[in-house]
Design a protein around this ligand. Structure first.
Ligand code: NDP
Ligand code: GDR
Length: 336
């Protein structure tokens, strides 16, 4: 049975990747940091499966800053594959907490690569790199496009990208960068723009929220479906050679279009509800991201099926159900 280790398992991608690997018959280990409340809402379904918990899913307390504990965990587990997803992943927050963001994102990557080097063997490594690394480089962006990072988050991801390539070249480690463009789902964190909008649409339709305060409505992104994007992480590690791939839908839409379409799905006009506030603007914006994932299509045989409209539809549908549940329970959450 193949063994995998995931960092960031409690996040959006970690939850989908965990399910994918379990479905493929893997034994999955996860590094989970200690928190004062349970952060496992996205993977509670796995915890409820007694057979999986006893035989194929093992969570270990650990922190991506603690290199020694990562080395001993990797020694003990002997994984075939490691997926490094843990990060402070919010771009705007990275301007408010630049040092913590950079330390989190850099030290996690280097600690794991160094642990792999020291433990030896044939461990395959996936690094969660990001389209944010392209920053102000105009679209379409592909593997050959230059990086022009525009935030502490993006700078930290550029470091992780090059560190991954450096370990591949220096120590012959099977290490891959997935340069993933924005990917979303009903499991997306509620302060990222798609989920913030679809949550608001659900609550406004159910009468438990009245306004939505947003930042820059003119920014454009290439939004895909997270469930499909974790499949390509796995595919990268199954190939015969390690490499770096851009993963995207190739469709670009503005935040304004997102609002218009999502509110329209429930028969509302977004301009009656959405206002903007400087608070949600960034000191430096990434205006347009749209990826060209031809290389992944040709080499890995991957291509996205769920595009913008289907994605937003499935998110609105899930958030309408959630808001109806909240209304039933009388759980009125403060607007943010
Ligand atoms: P999330 O923010 O949903 O999840 C981040 C995960 O990292 C959480 O499990 C979090 O744990 C964990 N984490 C953060 N800091 C630490 C730490 N010090 N020690 C251990 N765990 C830690 O991110 P996503 O799932 O959306 O993204 C996964 C990865 O992919 C990230 O690296 C992100 O930067 C990258 N990425 C994401 C894209 C996207 O569109 N989603 C696009 C491109 C790249 P906790 O639950 O305790 O907070
Ligand atoms: P991003 O995603 O910064 O691209 O990073 P996010 O959803 O936060 O923002 C996308 C765009 O929407 C604009 N925007 C707002 N964003 C948020 N969060 N809240 C708002 O109210 C709002 N109003 C407008 C932003 O300015 C931006 O232009 C995500 C993260 O998952 C990263 O970890 C990942 O690497 C990249 O995607 C690819």
């Amino acid at each position: 049975m193949k063994k995998a280790l995931i960092t960031g398992v409690t996040g959006q991608d970690g939850a989908y990747l965990l399910q994918l690997l379990l479905d493929k018959g893997y034994e999955v280990h996860a590094i989970k940091r200690r928190t004062s409340t349970f952060p496992t809402a996205r993977i509670d379904n796995i915890y409820q499966d007694k057979e999986l918990i006893e035989q194929r899913f093992f969570a270990h307390y650990g922190d991506i800053h603690d290199g020694m504990s990562l080395i001993s965990a990797i020694h003990k587990i002997e994984p075939d594959e490691i997926y490094n997803l843990a990060a402070q992943s919010h771009v705007r927050v990275s301007f408010e907490n630049p040092v913590a963001t950079v330390i989190d994102n850099i030290s996690g990557t280097i600690n794991i690569l160094e642990a792999i080097r020291q433990v030896g063997g044939n461990i395959r490594f996936y690094q969660a790199s990001s389209s944010e690394m392209f920053g102000s480089t105009p679209p379409p962006q592909n593997e050959k496009s230059p990086f022009n990072p525009c935030s502490p988050y993006a700078c930290s991801k550029v470091f992780g990208y090059y560190q991954t390539i450096n370990y591949r070249q220096s120590f012959n480690i099977f290490a891959c960068n997935g340069i993933l463009f924005n990917h979303e789902s009903p499991l997306r964190g509620e302060t990222f723009v798609t989920r913030k909008v679809t949550r608001a649409v659900g609550r406004i339709k159910m009468g438990i929220q009245d306004k939505l305060t947003m930042g820059n409505l003119d920014a454009k992104r290439d939004w895909g479906y997270a469930k499909e994007y974790v499949e390509v992480m796995w595919l990268m590690l199954q190939n015969s050679v390690p490499d770096d791939y851009v993963i995207a839908t190739g469709e670009m839409h503005s935040v304004r279009e997102l609002c218009d379409f999502a509110f329209g799905l429930v028969g509302l006009n977004y301009s009656d509800y959405v206002k903007t506030d400087e608070y949600y603007y960034r000191p430096k914006e990434v205006d347009c991201l749209c990826g060209d994932s031809k290389k992944a299509r040709e080499i890995l045989g991957w291509q996205p099926k769920v595009k913008f409209k289907d994605l937003i539809e499935l998110m609105v549908e899930a958030d309408l159900k959630l808001a109806a549940e909240e209304k039933k329970l009388g759980r009125f959450i403060a607007m943010y």
